[in-house]
Write a protein that binds this ligand. Structure first.
Ligand SMILES: C[S@@+](CC[C@H](N)C(=O)[O-])C[C@H]1O[C@@H](n2cnc3c(N)ncnc32)[C@H](O)[C@@H]1O
Length: 356
């Protein structure tokens, strides 16, 4: 038994499975998915012997929209004896490459959270045992593979490893952020997470710096505008709703009660176009691509609100529209990232810009 284990938000297992089937076939690795609705976990069983390793190395986590984390699993340890769970787990790890870290995890679901305390507790003796056997390095090492033990329940564990260049550094693959009390809506965390995920930290000084101009379509009450203002930017906030008064008092926001599809910025100096309008994903995709292709902005970050069914298909349709639009404008190659962020609900976040 070997394959790829992937985490996602509960309820999105089918979308992730469809995505993995398609993207692993493009790498000529074939298999079949195993999933349970609302488990937050998808297993992709590989037919080829080396399939799981190939995917763990080459199926980029950044390219997977719905996956928060991935690792190659080698065994599912079932009916673990509660008096010795560590023995069988150790046996399952014996052939692993030397790992620099151990992650003992569970689903990000109600059931999963119930065993989080148990996971924390077992990780201490398990780490010591793996270190004693040379499977784990004596000190943590972030350039070596990561050993994963994922408890489906307290007596069933998936055991495997991931590669440091292709995994999430965050527990459960979740970037947890603190809600800033002065922000006018919880949506603010979506844009914060998107900036942290898509823009390399060393480039924040240039691409997220004070003085840049931004347009926020569908801005009210101002959670996204808050993120831009906090970074010292000047924002044209477009929406017919009401904006947060404290944000307006900063003097960095110009309120524009207009339709986001018709809005024209005052000046030609827009760096960021952000958009959280609740509108059809195809329409939003076309609007964003047009702004980027015609260089009305330098970078764009936006949400695509998803239908309840066929979410993956709906995203692919929107991405095809973007590609077509950029091509029609002969705008050249572009960078595009799409992710179902931790703070996203029935939506995904997209970053789009032309290549330099
Ligand atoms: C999810 S809310 C935005 C929340 C906001 N990003 C925040 O962080 O506070 C969606 C907003 O899009 C606005 N909206 C929807 N369609 C629009 C359009 N065509 N033009 C302008 N605003 C629109 C709605 O009025 C609503 O305020």
């Amino acid at each position: 038994m070997a394959g790829l284990a992937l985490y996602c938000r509960t309820g999105f297992e089918k979308d992730l499975a469809n995505e993995v089937i398609e993207k692993s076939a493009a790498l000529e690795v074939f298999g079949y998915p195993e999933l349970k609705t609302n488990s937050g976990l998808v297993l992709f069983h590989c037919y080829q012997a080396e399939g799981a390793q190939t995917l763990a190395k080459s199926l980029a986590l950044t390219s997977l929209i719905f996956a928060r984390q991935l690792f190659a699993f080698t065994e599912r340890c079932e009916q673990l004896d509660t008096s010795d769970r560590i023995g069988p787990i150790l046996q399952a790890c014996i052939e692993f490459p030397e790992c620099g870290e151990l992650r003992v995890e569970h689903a990000d679901s109600t059931d999963g959270r119930e065993i989080s305390k148990f996971c924390r507790k077992i990780s201490v003796p398990l780490r010591q045992t793996l270190r004693g056997k040379g499977i784990l390095t004596p000190l943590e090492h972030n350039k070596l593979p990561v050993c994963h033990v994922y408890f489906e329940d307290s007596t069933t564990a998936l055991v495997g490893y991931s590669y440091p260049q292709n995994n999430s550094p965050h527990p459960l693959g979740i970037l947890r952020l603190k809600f800033p009390n002065e922000a006018p809506s919880r949506s603010t965390l979506k844009l914060d997470e998107a900036f942290q995920l898509f823009i390399p930290k060393k480039e924040h000084g240039k691409r997220l710096s004070g003085g840049l101009h931004a347009v926020d379509l569908g801005a009210c009450p101002g959670g996204w505008t808050y993120q831009l203002v906090k970074r010292g930017m000047f924002v044209e906030a477009v929406d017919n709703g009401a904006m947060d008064e404290a944000l307006m008092a900063t003097g960095q926001v110009r309120y524009c009660p207009e339709d986001g599809f018709k809005f024209q910025p005052r000046k030609n100096n827009v760096y960021w176009l952000v958009c959280d309008m609740i509108e059809q994903p195809q329409r939003v995709a076309k609007l964003m691509a047009t702004w980027v292709a015609t260089k009305r902005c330098q970078e764009s970050m936006f949400n695509l609100k998803l239908p309840m069914k066929k979410r993956y298909e709906s995203i692919k349709e929107a991405l095809a529209i973007i590609d077509q639009c950029i091509d029609q404008h002969h705008a050249g190659p572009y960078d595009l990232s799409v992710k179902h962020l931790y703070h996203d609900r029935e939506e995904v976040t997209v970053h789009l810009r032309l290549k330099a």
